[in-house]
Write a protein that binds this ligand. Sequence first.
Ligand code: HEC
Length: 130
Amino acid sequence: MEKILLFIVLILFNACGNTQYPQGKILYENFCVSCHMPDGKGLKSLIPTLVKADYLLENPLKTACIIRYGLKDTIMVNGNQYSQEMAAITVLSDFEIANIMNYIHSSWGNDMPFVTLAQVKEALDSCTIE
Ligand code: HEC
């Protein structure tokens, strides 16, 4: 019994990796990784990067709206143009969105500010993309 428990704890510990935002990482892996890739760099001309992306840096809280309502626009990210649609991901709670954002903000060499749940809620209340 103890061995099994230890095993489970080890697996959980391992799954967390060395991020401060284990839930954000797991959610990223479930909802974002297929397009934005494990290293956050996206896919060349199809999917924009999340790593040191000028688009992200200019308006970090917009990510909350992009996740909830999707994005269908032509955007420039670090000098490349993107015009594929990103579908809305409606199953994520405000809290889960905040966790994903904080995971992105602190991963792959990004050093972006921590966002609070209150900031995310406020941003979601005033999204202009729908
Ligand atoms: C099916 C593919 C797909 C998935 C899944 C996806 N995205 Fe995107 N994402 C895109 C595309 C394509 C764009 C560009 C949209 C446009 O040009 O209008 C984009 C744009 C973005 C942008 C703005 C551009 C940038 O690089 O800063 C952010 C931020 C973003 N996605 C975050 C996320 C997060 C977080 C998740 C998971 C919760 C996610 N995306 C899931 C395809 C995807």
